[in-house]
Structures are given as structure tokens and as C-alpha cells.
Ligand binder design. Structure first.
Ligand code: NAD
Length: 357
């Protein structure tokens, strides 16, 4: 397996591999950039079809975390880890402890939080072996950052609607949510409260039914949700859903959701722009969760966390304004803005080192 020439490598500072035969752990930790701080990001457990697929995923996710934390104004770098295995059948206490040891061996360059396939209980087991974890019981949802992610995505939708449709309220507008899991459910709750019409689809009939029963979400077939006629499409299930096959059929004018890496390729961002669909970069509007994790770690009051998440509105407005002015993709502009933040941090660090020297 080639690492340096992997398409998603992009100058990663650290890529570390672990195979622990006694627990069955096979895992990768990646830290993309630590200019702003230690690489913080979720630990994902997934039954990857190959080692290459796992490497590609961890590199893309870790780079996304660099941009996400920079745009969210957090003193954190970009990192991520993946455990290769099925969370339903391969997870054990021994394996999670071995993951804790692996995280600890990076001496703080990487700090883990929960991600798909892992939850606060798993992170607590890792914490038996390392202090370099976040998201442990210190918010009103027992450490779960998903409600904060959903709040940030909701603010993103409101900002995009104002920008594109010129209205302040979501009342009467329709939103189609793909995936009614941790984030999708709370997002639907915000939207229903604002009197939006919410369509939803989920491969889990249990999760779909919960949203239908609790919130009055209108159920839609999983094969139809991406192409349903709606004002906003909110992908909240998995990555790479915006691709050459799905984009021609999309009828929503705005896409704003929580899933990481929604664009399968850079060309897909261009296709959305060509079709006049306003795409809100995922790593910008789904940052509520990492803001929550950071606030849990430093223990600031709830009101400060909420105010911090609300900054997503101003940042997204700036990205949408610049994208209109320059006729560039919103994703490109968001990445440029993050690079500007990183460059200025590097420059001020360089200046203070020179002053010391
Ligand atoms: P989750 O696993 O709780 O929910 C995902 C839901 O999508 C599940 O109910 C699942 O059954 C459903 N699903 C899977 N494939 C589907 C398909 N093809 N069609 C319809 N539904 C499908 O995950 P989550 O924590 O809600 O996160 C959702 C997305 O947001 C993920 O991509 C995650 O990486 C991203 N994200 C989550 C957070 C967070 O705080 N949880 C933060 C940032 C980004």
C-alpha cells in the first residue's frame, strides 16, 4: 500500500498504523496539520473492504478536520482515526483498550472523539488507557455532540435560505433529510419547530419511524430522497452522495447537510455550480460537533458554546458572498478561507519565533 502517493495524502504530518494481534485491532491514525493545535477528530469503526479504502477515508477525513477546525475558529488541528472492523461484531473491550494504547503512543499529537461506529461508551473504555480523548459525559446529552452538529447545520440552512431566497423564515419551506440518525433526527426537530415541511428517509425503519412518530416527518423511499422536489436537501447519512449519478436528478436548489465529504470528487462541486445548486460546504456547517467536543474539554458554559456554534452563520455568509463575487465553487472558497487562517497562524508563529531568536 502506497502512502505518500495516495491521492488524499496532501502533506499529512503523521500517518501511523497499528496491528495488535491479541485484541484483533487494526487501526490507522492520521494527523493532517497541527498549525492550530493537536489533531482532534473522531475515531471511526467501519468494515472497510480493503486497507487502501481505510487509508483513503482516514486521510480525507483528517484533512477535512483541519479545515473544519480552522473555519470554526478553534485552536485545534486536523486528525482522525479509523478502526478496521464491523462495530456490530468486532468490537470488544480489549480492542478498545488497545485503541486507547495506540492513541496514547502518539503522545498527544492526536486526540480522539466518537464517530460513526463508536460512541461515548467506547471512548470511555479508551480513556482507561489514555488521556488524549474528548467527549466524555460533559454536555447535556451525555457527551454526544450530535445535537450541536444538528444546530450548526440548521443555522447553515437558515443562512443559505436567506442568501438564495431572501427570506428570514423557514416556515412553509421544504427540507429533505437523508438519514435520520443522531444528527438527522435533531435537525428535523429544529426544522419542524420552525414550521418547515420535513421529508425524511432512512435505511433503518426504526430510525425513520421514530422521526415520523415524534416529529411528524413525512416518510420518503430511500431511493427517492435525493431527487425529491424540495427547497433544501440535507444529506445526513454518509459521504460521496453527491456524485455523477445523483447530481443530474437533484431538484433542490440548496444542499446543506451534516455528512462528511458529501462531494465524491472536485468535479461534482463544479457540476452542482453548473446546475445553479447552492452547496454549503459540509466541513463548514457541520462543525457544531467539534465545537461541542472542544467546549466539553475546556469546560466553558453552555451559552458560550452556543454563541461559538452561531459563528457558522457569519462564516457561511462570507463564503457565499465571495463565491458569488468570484464565480467560484463554495467549496473552493471555504478551503481558501481556511488556508488563509492557517497561513496567518503560521506567519504569526514564525514572527514570534524570530522575535525570540
Ligand atoms: P448515524 O449513524 O447516527 O446516522 C446516520 C443515519 O443514516 C442512520 O440512521 C442510518 O440508518 C442512515 N442511513 C445510512 N445509509 C443510508 C441511506 N443510504 N439512505 C438513508 N439513510 C441512510 O450518524 P450521525 O452521527 O447522525 O452522522 C450523520 C453524518 O454526519 C455522518 O456522515 C457523520 O460522519 C456526519 N457528522 C456527524 C457528526 C456528529 O456530531 N454526529 C459531526 C459531523 C459530521
Amino acid at each position: 500500500m502506497s502512502v505518500f502517493s495516495a491521492p488524499a495524502f496532501d502533506g499529512h504530518e503523521l500517518v501511523s498504523f497499528c496491528e495488535d494481534k491479541s485484541s484483533g485491532l487494526r487501526a490507522i491514525i492520521a494527523v493532517h496539520d497541527s498549525t492550530l493545535g493537536a489533531g482532534v477528530g473522531g475515531c471511526r469503526m467501519y468494515p472497510y473492504a480493503s486497507d487502501e479504502e481505510a487509508l483513503h477515508d482516514v486521510l480525507r477525513l483528517s484533512r477535512g478536520m483541519t479545515y473544519k477546525s480552522a473555519l470554526a475558529g478553534l485552536p485545534l488541528g486536523g486528525g482522525k482515526s479509523v478502526i478496521i472492523g464491523d462495530p456490530r461484531s468486532d468490537k470488544s473491550r480489549k480492542l478498545l483498550q488497545a485503541m486507547g494504547d495506540f492513541i496514547d503512543s502518539q503522545s498527544g499529537r492526536y486526540v480522539a472523539a466518537e464517530d460513526s461506529g463508536t460512541g461515548p461508551a467506547d471512548i470511555r473504555v479508551m480513556a482507561e488507557r489514555t488521556a488524549f480523548v474528548s467527549g466524555l459525559d460533559d454536555n447535556e446529552y451525555g457527551g454526544d455532540p450530535s445535537p450541536s452538529t444538528a444546530y450548526g447545520v440548521f443555522l447553515g440552512i437558515r443562512t443559505a435560505v436567506k442568501h438564495r431566497l431572501g427570506v428570514d423564515s423557514l416556515e412553509g419551506l421544504s427540507v429533505a433529510i437523508q438519514g435520520l440518525g443522531h444528527v438527522g433526527y435533531y435537525l428535523a426537530k429544529h426544522l419542524v419547530t420552525e414550521k418547515a415541511k420535513v421529508y425524511g428517509a432512512d435505511v433503518s425503519s426504526e430510525n425513520l419511524q421514530r422521526a415520523v412518530d415524534d416529529l411528524g416527518v413525512i416518510p420518503v423511499d430511500v431511493d427517492d430522497i435525493l431527487s425529491i422536489e424540495a427547497d433544501v436537501l440535507a444529506p445526513c447519512a454518509m459521504g460521496a452522495v453527491l456524485n455523477a449519478r445523483s447530481i443530474p436528478a437533484i431538484r433542490a436548489g440548496i444542499i446543506a447537510g451534516a455528512a462528511n465529504n458529501q462531494l465524491a470528487t472536485d468535479e461534482d462541486g463544479a457540476s452542482l455550480q453548473d446546475r445553479g445548486i447552492l452547496y454549503c460546504p459540509d466541513f463548514l456547517i457541520n462543525a457544531g460537533g467539534i465545537v461541542d467536543v472542544h467546549h466539553q474539554r475546556i469546560g466553558l458554559p453552555e451559552a458560550q458554546k452556543r454563541a461559538h456554534i452561531q459563528r457558522i452563520e457569519a462564516t457561511l455568509s462570507e463564503v457565499l458572498r465571495r463565491a458569488d463575487e468570484c464565480h467560484l465553487q463554495t467549496q473552493e472558497i471555504a478551503e481558501q478561507l481556511a488556508e488563509e487562517i492557517l497561513a496567518s497562524a503560521r506567519a504569526s508563529r514564525g514572527a514570534s519565533l524570530a522575535a525570540v531568536g
